[in-house]
Design a protein around this ligand. Structure first.
Ligand SMILES: [Zn+2]
Length: 90
């Protein structure tokens, strides 16, 4: 029963993973003076150096889940909600 539930949730990162990835990304971004959303940091607008709050971001699979990307901390990045939505479920 418990194992079945885990399998169903395998696409979704848990809160501990999200918080950990967020903390790492934000610390690096702060040092570099750029956005903690890696896609915003590549841009040229005002969001280039914006530090998003955890609640303003969503977890994203670096390698898409549909392409065999795993749901673990190594394959997790936090993106701002706009970029996460733009990336969609591909
Ligand atoms: Zn962004």
């Amino acid at each position: 029963m418990w194992a079945d539930t885990k399998l169903l949730d395998v696409r979704v990162f848990d809160d501990a993973t999200k918080k950990s990835v967020y903390a790492t990304q934000t610390a690096k971004a702060e040092k570099k003076g750029e956005s903690n959303c890696p896609l915003c940091a590549l841009g040229h607008d005002a969001n280039k150096s914006k530090l998003w709050k955890l609640i303003e971001m969503d977890a994203d699979h670096v390698t898409a889940w549909s392409k065999g990307g795993e749901t673990n901390i190594k394959n997790c990045q936090m993106l701002c909600k706009t970029h996460n939505r733009a990336k969609g479920n591909r």
